[in-house]
Design a protein around this ligand. Structure first.
Ligand code: NAD
Length: 484
């Protein structure tokens, strides 16, 4: 049976894109499933002077599923409060609304504060929540924040300091929506619930691990933001690093949030800080040009992009973890815009048989974890040709979720919002981990900033990135398993 969660959600940035496209539909799914029922309320805040009715109409417009009655009944729990986060007096008004709704819906003081707005305002909001007494004394007070969490270690630290004055680490839920994906959450289970896999999950049997986060879209209307970010900060520092940690963390004592986060922090602590020479040898950056037909514009010709921009839309690199289990096992990571298709997948490449038992060299066995758009697992193994021949051929075992199963998979935001209501920290980024990840990324950024001749654009839209990304592996006799 599903238990109802009593909670009051305050969304700062309630008129924004994230709230409408992701948060309200995710809350609706929780409502349809009974995780939210009678004792909940959502307050959307933003500067515009909207009425509750207008706000509710906007919420309903973004909902699919359920009946009209269900959508309306759900939206009845939504309230709008015009609020400038810089204005102290507005917090007094907001506190009144919170108190009234807490009373009306008998919520018992449980509060989730969701920061769906620019990170530069997180500190201001957190401070006011404390100084203007918006935190309850009865239930929980939790803060949910979004990326980008800083643009380097220093700014991330400043942001964190602004928050920890008000909230303890276990009250802060840093969303990394890749940690809300079904197959990413499945990784510990695949690794530890199958002892035969756990037994070979180390440097003795694994040759390398490849992580690809490919996007087919270009920068679209996010040009302003992207110019300040680039692929390294936008994708590697957070999502890719979280996936590396999920794949590499040592077996925890217990299968619970605290133990998993502690195990993951060992991975983040073992991230290298590369010298400029190492960056040059181990990391490749790229920027998309137009496509073969000339229909898709080059990055430099996109809206709000500098005509001489040196911002990278592609990164590929090798991460060498300083952990006994992973000595000598490169984690190859790759992400980029305008690649042939949207795809997130992980290829765990096992060592090939090096003995001379067979006349031909068997291929490297590969365990593939398909994260999106397909979800599932593939195992590529060596087998014998059918018949009297003893030649080796490659066989593939495949388990992919079918359409019905895919429909049962909750959206990342639905899952993470529920976990925040339950106080489960296991699928949220921890500050300790972010520290290692920023130091790693800052070293690459710094090395790149010293390079003079940047030959951008260096890959055509619709291709798998610059040639150098392939050379990164081919120089060691390896290749990317996923070829696009
Ligand atoms: P948005 O510009 O659509 O919305 C920003 C919201 O903040 C609006 O409601 C705006 O009215 C409000 N706001 C701005 N200044 C304010 C002030 N002084 N007082 C009160 N309200 C104010 O942005 P978004 O796309 O919804 O993104 C919000 C945050 O989430 C950003 O930090 C973004 O980087 C992050 N994020 C967004 C997405 C997404 O899919 N949109 C994904 C990941 C992370």
């Amino acid at each position: 049976m599903v238990t109802e969660n009593k909670t009051l959600v305050v969304i700062f940035g309630g008129s924004g894109d994230l709230a409408h496209r992701k948060l309200y539909p995710a809350l609706f799914q929780l409502y349809l499933k009974g995780s939210l029922n009678k004792h909940f309320a959502v307050i959307g805040t933003a500067r515009r002077p909207w009425t509750h009715e207008f706000f509710r109409e906007g919420v309903i417009e973004n909902l699919s599923d359920g009946t009209l009655e269900q959508r309306q009944a759900f939206a009845e729990h939504f309230y709008y409060q015009s609020h400038d986060v810089q204005d102290s007096e507005h917090y007094v008004a907001l506190k009144n609304v919170i108190d009234k709704l807490d009373d009306k819906y008998q919520i018992g003081g449980n509060r989730l504060f969701y920061m769906a707005m620019a990170p530069s305002l997180f500190g201001t909001i957190a401070e006011h929540l404390r100084s203007e007494h918006l935190l309850s004394h009865d239930g929980y007070n939790r803060l949910i924040i979004e990326k980008p969490f800083g643009h380097d270690y220093e700014s991330a630290l400043a942001l964190n300091n602004a928050i920890v004055n008000t909230f303890d680490e276990d009250q802060v839920f840093r969303i990394d929506h890749y940690l809300g994906k079904e197959m990413v959450q499945n990784i510990p289970c695949i690794r530890f619930a199958n002892p035969f896999l756990n037994a070979v999950w180390n440097r003795d049997y694994i040759d390398n691990i490849q992580i690809t986060l490919a996007e087919s879209l270009g920068v679209e209307e996010r040009g302003g933001y992207y110019e300040t970010s680039g692929a390294l900060r936008d994708m590697v520092q957070n999502h890719i690093m979280q996936i590396v940690a999920m794949l590499a963390f040592p077996r925890p004592e217990k299968y619970d949030d605290r133990a998993i986060n502690q195990a993951k922090s060992q991975v983040f602590a073992s991230l290298p800080v590369y010298t400029p020479e190492q960056v040059q040898a181990k990391f490749v950056r790229g920027q998309y040009g137009e496509d073969a037909s000339g229909k898709q514009a080059a990055y430099r010709n996109e809206d709000k992009i500098d005509a001489n921009s040196t911002v990278e839309t592609f990164v590929a690199g090798e991460i060498d973890l300083d952990m006994p289990q992973w000595q000598g096992v490169p984690f190859y990571v790759r992400t980029g815009k305008r690649l042939p298709a949207k795809k997130t997948r992980i290829d765990v490449v096992f060592k090939a048989d090096q003995s001379e038992l067979f006349t031909e060299q068997p291929a490297s066995p590969v365990l593939t974890i398909e994260v999106e758009p397909d979800l599932g697992i593939e195992l590529t193994l060596n087998g014998k040709e059918i018949g009297t021949s003893s030649l080796i051929k490659v066989d593939q075992l495949q388990y992919l979720l079918n359409e019905d199963q895919q429909k049962q998979v909750p959206d990342a935001y639905e899952r993470l919002l529920l976990e925040a209501m339950l106080g489960k920290q296991g699928n949220f980024a921890q500050w300790e981990g972010m520290t290692g990840s920023w130091h790693f990324v800052d070293a690459i950024r710094k090395a790149w900033s010293q390079e003079k001749d940047i030959d951008f654009p260096n890959y055509q839209s619709g291709t798998m990135g610059p040639k150098a990304a392939d050379e990164l592996l081919s120089k060691t006799g390896r290749h990317w398993i996923y070829q696009g």
